[in-house]
Design a protein around this ligand. Structure first.
Ligand SMILES: [Mn+2]
Length: 264
């Protein structure tokens, strides 16, 4: 089986559940029993940043890091896509755990199916902004500016110079605020004509020619569960999360994909 999980937000200061990390570790261990590969589609940590200095606070994540290492040591590849909370990894995570880090959306053939994998933040159809009133456009633009700053190599270099205790304080607090905002104002599925990732997938599936047609668009980020078939036959999958919903996707070696919940 091939497994797809996202948005565990381990270490979130917005949630006080001492069992959260352990529950995620248990799930990974269980899936690893029959996994050919595991795809982590972003925001596995609520805030992950690597510095030029030693950062002892990462000990908090020993259970998960050890678990990932044992899975990759067993020969099961683990693909780690950065999300918008764990952008700042420059090799330490990969070295410690053996995961393969992906910093951009990837087209991968998995069990014979063409899959577009991404966390999903920042993926919008073209002319996306123009449909909104000016006020909303402003908000989206400032979000995009922040996203560019987070991905900017110079800004990243400077942030790595910051003492970890300070960088982490800023980072965890930012992540906590964004999680609390989302928990207070959950944004349910907007419908196929408004959900950005669906619109993005629709546009992609229209511009790609028949031979290179994608079978599955698989995303995280939205904390909603979705399995939607487009007119082209492609399916858009949004994974839910491993934070409150505990959902993930499983694909058989024949390429059949289904969404699963933890207590299935
Ligand atoms: Mn996200």
């Amino acid at each position: 089986m091939q497994y797809f999980l996202s948005d565990a937000h381990i270490g979130s200061r917005a949630m006080d559940d001492p069992q959260h990390q352990q529950r995620f570790v248990n799930l990974l261990r269980q899936l690893a029993q029959d996994a050919t590969a595991i795809y982590l589609l972003g925001d596995i940590f609520d805030f992950w940043s690597e510095y030029f200095w030693r950062d002892s606070s990462k000990q908090e994540y020993e259970p998960l890091l050890t678990c990932l290492r044992s899975i990759t040591d067993a020969g099961i590849p683990v693909h780690y896509f950065i999300g918008n909370h764990d952008i700042w990894t420059y090799g330490k995570l990969a070295k410690r755990t053996g995961v393969i880090v992906h910093r951009k959306p990837e087209l991968m053939v998995i069990a014979g199916k063409r899959c577009l994998l991404a966390h999903g933040d920042g993926l919008v159809p073209s002319n996306y902004l123009s449909q909104f009133p000016r006020e909303v456009q402003k908000k989206i633009r400032s979000f995009m500016r922040l996203r560019r700053l987070f991905h900017n190599p110079l800004a990243q270099f400077l942030f790595r110079l910051v003492p970890p205790a300070l960088g982490n304080r800023v980072g965890y607090n930012w992540a906590r605020q964004s999680r609390l905002k989302e928990l207070a104002n959950p944004c349910p599925y907007k419908g196929e004509n408004h959900e950005e990732l669906v619109l993005y997938a629709k546009e992609q599936s229209q511009i790609t020619n028949h031979q290179s047609q994608i079978d599955y668009y698989i995303f995280g980020h939205r904390h909603i569960e979705l399995d939607l078939e487009l007119a082209t036959g492609a399916r858009v999958i949004i994974l839910g999360d491993c934070f409150r919903q505990w959902t993930y996707a499983a694909m058989t070696e024949q390429g059949a994909l289904s969404l699963c919940a933890l207590d299935d």
